[in-house]
Write a protein that binds this ligand. Structure first.
Ligand code: DGP
Length: 125
């Protein structure tokens, strides 16, 4: 069920629980600012979710409230994960769904990182 991106942060959301270690995830990267793990319903040969460590509902919330250090750390982590997975030369796709029209279902900012094959058109027509 898509969320309202203007809602307050919910500490019970799935990704908050993964960050607290209450739920398992297959971690591929972890640092001060970001955690990256495999999406449970992979839609490409490589489908990773990269999330900030802070309590941010969406890209909108993060871009408005996060510190410059958090933003830099998160953006660098996304790029680092793609490099570490060898995706730069063949190429990859980043996606951040925001709110209802974006199809966002988990109310903690996450960037989808897709790769491993040619990904075709950007949106289904
Ligand atoms: P979005 O629609 O952008 O909010 O995408 C949410 C993604 O989160 C979706 O691709 C499935 C993934 N997901 C949902 N629950 C879990 C979980 O418990 N573990 C992992 N690894 N991924 C999850």
């Amino acid at each position: 069920m898509p969320i309202d991106a203007t809602q307050p942060y919910d500490d019970g959301n799935i990704f908050a629980r993964i960050l607290r270690g209450e739920l398992p995830s297959t971690t591929v990267y972890d640092d001060e600012h970001a955690l990256a793990f495999h999406d449970i319903t992979a839609q490409a040969p490589v489908h990773i979710l990269v999330i900030p460590k802070g309590r941010y509902v969406s890209w909108d919330d993060f871009s408005a409230r996060a510190t410059t250090e958090e933003i830099a750390g998160f953006v660098r982590a996304v790029g680092r994960v793609a490099r570490d997975l060898g995706l730069v030369a063949p190429g990859y796709r980043l996606l951040a769904n925001v709110g209802s029209h974006g199809g966002q279902e988990v109310p903690h900012l996450h960037v989808h990182l897709f790769g491993g094959r040619s990904l075709g058109p950007m949106l289904a027509r």
